[in-house]
Ligand binder design. Structure first.
Ligand code: HEC
Ligand code: HEC
Length: 467
């Protein structure tokens, strides 16, 4: 039952960002011609009545249709250009008609198969992407590390051992890559999530409640541009800057240290002391002082590092699209500066979070060599208050994208700027909920705070491998 209650929470969370394409259908009284072609990662059950209804909000019927068209398959997941090791096993056959494989591990950094002992499929990738794939597994199948790895969560983990489920997972990676290569020109349209959706054994038969009940449409990662209605990009950003305190006030905020507590998801208790250090030239570091050691995410304007105590790699540098994500996070510490991050912003169709309508804007970076899409970032602004409610950014792995989601609430003015006093940070391996007591603004912060974390703060790292 525990698993089910967890799944339910997940479904509800997913629903809050669900595409709300339907009420317009119901109200229009006509039977719309819903195109059969769906973007790969959108569920759109065919309703007998032709209605796709999700409670809460309405997206005009024209928007729904435009969304269906705009979110065509090719736009969602292009084929990678000569990506190394995309196939399972050492087979690494590049996608048809592509250039020779490109190494995605920067010079001087070690690849997954150099760092770990028993890598047969996920070879030649940066360590941060490798650990991200493990997170994609856990979220796609609702598993813990220990469900595939002998002794994970104990003081004596044997990560390199091959228990049966881990072997199955390895075979699945190869299977998924073959499906994509043989059927979809190497585009990553099938991922672990495509089939598993949080279950060990993917469901086989459509439940009729699903077919005839309320639809939950999960938006695609790459959102289409809205073709009518809604605010313009200029309006979204200028409304936001106005709401947050005005350009003059935000320009005066050059740095801050936010002090508070962070509660690890699922944990009971008062939480751990936590801080955010941020400078408005692209530097940010978040630190949670856990009993076992400090959890640190640091970005010094050029390079990002993660430190996670008790893990097999207690520290590592970010070298994949997660590194672009760290740069994005650093600018998002001063969100009014984010506009120059992307050159291809688009305003998409409205979505709803916890019943509130959101204006949604998205951009993405050009792909890194050998990849199909660059890092994607999506911002959700409350349509009424115009404050930033959420952002989600996506990084690539060989088995699917890693979402990182930051939610803001409880805004209060600090030096004339509305700053969030609640902040939640979630990605595939962790979610932490922060409550801030105070912001110290425009204070000097020593450069070292943003650099590679001091390994001494990572707790006991005996037998582990800082990268
Ligand atoms: C669904 C099963 C599954 C889950 C869940 C899973 N892993 Fe893995 N893990 C694998 C597979 C498969 C490999 C081997 C990949 C290969 O051969 O290329 C692996 C390899 C590893 C390795 C490399 C071990 C070595 O030295 O060879 C580490 C470290 C690791 N996983 C950590 C984790 C962590 C941490 C978690 C939880 C966040 C996790 N894994 C969750 C399947 C899983
Ligand atoms: C095309 C659909 C599909 C995709 C994509 C897929 N799987 Fe599976 N997977 C299945 C099915 C079906 C089963 C159950 C097979 C059975 O019952 O014998 C399964 C079973 C498994 C199991 C064994 C579960 C258990 O009961 O112990 C693991 C582990 C697993 N998959 C991991 C993965 C991983 C990791 C990925 C992504 C790399 C993935 N799967 C992608 C269809 C899929």
């Amino acid at each position: 039952m525990k698993l089910w209650s967890k799944r339910l929470i997940f479904a509800v969370a997913a629903m809050t960002v669900a595409w709300l394409t339907g009420i317009g259908f119901a109200m229009s009284g006509t039977s719309p011609n819903v195109p059969v072609t769906q973007p790969s990662d959108v569920q759109a059950p065919a309703h007998a009545s032709g209605q796709v209804v999700v409670p809460g909000t309405a997206v005009p019927i024209a928007a729904a249709a435009a969304y269906q068209q705009a979110a065509g398959r090719a736009a969602q997941t292009p084929a990678p250009a000569g990506r190394a090791g995309q196939a399972g096993g050492g087979t690494a056959a590049p996608a048809r008609g592509t250039t020779p494989p490109v190494s995605r591990v920067p010079a001087g950094q070690q690849a997954s198969d150099q760092v770990f002992k028993n890598i047969q499929v996920l070879k030649g990738i940066p360590v941060d992407e490798f650990m991200g794939t493990m997170g994609v597994f856990t979220t796609s199948l609702s598993l813990c590390c220990g469900n595939c790895h002998t002794g994970a969560g104990t003081s004596n983990p044997k990560w390199e051992d091959d228990p049966p489920r881990k072997k199955t997972a390895r075979a699945m990676i190869t299977m998924v890559n073959n499906i994509n290569r043989q059927n979809f020109q190497g585009r990553q349209v099938v991922t672990c999530w495509t089939c598993h959706r949080g279950q060990l054994s993917p469901s086989v038969t459509t439940p009729l409640d699903f077919a005839y009940g309320d639809a939950v449409i999960v938006p695609p990662d790459l959102l289409p541009r809205a073709t009518s209605g809604g605010p313009t990009l200029d309006q979204v950003f200028s409304n936001y800057i106005q709401a947050v305190g005005g350009q003059a006030n935000v320009d005066k905020l050059t740095s801050y240290v936010a002090h508070g507590k962070s509660l690890l998801f699922g944990e009971v208790g008062a939480g751990n002391p936590a801080e955010i250090y941020a400078k408005n030239d692209g530097h940010v570091t978040t630190i949670v002082h856990q009993q076992e050691g400090d959890v640190v995410r640091a970005f010094d304007g050029m390079t990002g590092w993660w430190q996670i105590p008790l893990t097999v790699t207690p520290q590592y540098q970010l070298n994949s699209t997660l590194a672009d994500g760290a740069r994005f996070d650093a600018i998002m510490a001063f969100p009014w500066k984010i506009r120059s991050f992307f050159t291809n912003w688009r305003v998409s169709y409205p979505q709803s979070i916890e019943g509130q309508d959101m204006d949604v804007v998205q951009g993405n970076l050009p792909p890194r060599p050998g990849e199909a899409t660059g890092m994607i970032g999506t911002l959700y602004f409350d349509s009424k208050t115009h404050l930033l409610r959420r952002y989600i950014r996506y990084a690539n792995t060989m088995v699917g994208r890693i979402p990182t989601q930051v939610d803001y609430s409880d805004y209060k003015p600090v030096n004339g700027v509305q700053l969030p006093f609640k902040y939640s940070y979630a990605w595939v391996s962790e979610r932490d909920d922060w409550t801030f007591d105070k912001y110290d603004v425009n204070v000097p912060i020593e450069a070292a705070k943003f650099g590679k974390p001091d390994i001494k703060t990572a707790g006991d790292v005996t037998g582990r491998k800082p990268q």
